[in-house]
Design a protein around this ligand. Structure first.
Ligand code: PMV
Length: 335
């Protein structure tokens, strides 16, 4: 095979990975929903090589992008042992995202997962998802969770015997069906560039005074969240997920240097979500990435009931009214 195309989705962590060691190994386990609408589509074509050294051309959204190209070359150099064809061919890669570049949505998880699927698939045969997850992890930690449908767990922990720091494992089968189609409406509070890269953010945990308690909390939250999700306990799910989101931001605020990544609109949205939940008893919860945008999480069964509220109260708080309607999805596929 000399050409292959894959799409891979982004994912949203419910228990957050924040802090790493060694070669992209997590300091605590994490669990995520694999999304569906926010994804990267990547085509990789191999041809005869003329230049010496690693020969890669990278086109992002149709245009040659030399910044991304250098990153990919550095990544491929680490993978030469796993994929000898990387040394032997010229590679032309075309990549594009289904979500707007300036939406503040991180694309590293979906792009590294799509690339890992291409690398693992180009030699033919069915892709070994464990290997794809391992390769994606080397590109961007959280990307290792994006190769599986619906729900994935990454990081060695006491609850799941086959869990590993090296790759994620699929975990949807264990969970109540309500979580197989959960909705995630992403509310764009601000689309500006992040003030801290995720690499720098993880490094802040090396000196954060709450690091030890945090890693213990993440392990506990993982056990409790898995219990709640098995039982379909939405209330407990929401409590843990919101605690995780706010802890992630509390850690950033208490790091040195410190970062406040929430925006005024983020807080207004959180207030509105909690008020609506209190008033209506609807199961609506929020989580956050390392940025200001809210991921509004709720069961698909209440989608039409809460949609007028989203449009009336939350949309006006979004930058230029931008929201992305996403949902738990089926993982990567060829295109
Ligand atoms: O995969 P990275 O290095 O971009 O880190 C992702 C960190 C969070 O999104 C904040 C949490 C997570 O588990 O995805």
């Amino acid at each position: 095979m000399n050409s292959i195309s894959y799409q891979a989705p982004s994912n949203i962590a419910l228990v957050k990975y924040w802090g790493k060691q060694g070669n992209q190994l997590p300091l605590n386990p994490s669990i995520s929903f694999t999304l569906s609408a926010c994804r990267t589509e990547t085509k990789m074509a191999l041809s005869e090589k003329i230049e010496s050294g690693m020969d890669v051309e990278l086109f992002f959204e149709g245009k040659r992008n030399e910044v991304f190209e250098r990153k990919i070359i550095a990544f491929f150099q680490k993978l030469e042992g796993d994929f000898p064809f990387l040394r032997e061919h010229k590679m032309v890669i075309h990549s594009s995202n289904t979500f707007p570049h300036s939406s503040g949505i991180a694309s590293s998880a979906s792009s590294m997962a799509a690339l890992a699927m291409c690398l693992c698939g180009i030699e033919g045969g069915e892709v070994d998802l464990k290997k794809a997850s391992y390769i994606a992890r080397l590109g961007s930690g959280s990307a290792c969770r994006s190769v599986y449908p619906q729900i994935a767990v990454w990081g060695k922990n006491n609850t799941i015997s086959n869990s590993s720091d090296e790759y994620a494992i699929p975990y949807a089968e264990e969970m109540d069906e309500v979580f197989h189609s959960f909705c995630d409406t992403i509310l764009i509070a601000s689309s500006g560039e992040k003030s801290v890269s995720s690499r720098a953010g993880h490094a802040l945990m090396d000196t954060n005074r709450f690091a030890k308690q945090r890693f213990a909390q993440a392990n506990e939250n993982l056990i409790n969240l898995i219990g709640a999700m098995r039982e379909g306990d939405l209330e407990r799910f929401g409590e843990i997920v919101e605690e995780e989101a706010l802890t992630l931001h509390a850690l950033m605020m208490t790091s040195n240097p410190s970062f406040i990544l929430m925006k005024p609109a983020t807080l207004l949205m959180i207030d509105e979500i909690r008020k609506f939940r209190e008033d209506t008893k609807h199961s609506v919860y929020f989580t956050l990435d390392a940025g200001p945008n809210i991921h509004l999480l709720y069961p698909a069964s209440i989608q039409s009931a809460i949609s007028p509220w989203i449009d009336e109260k939350l949309k006006p708080l979004c930058e230029n009214g931008i929201m992305i309607k996403d949902q738990v999805g089926h993982g990567p596929s060829t295109i």
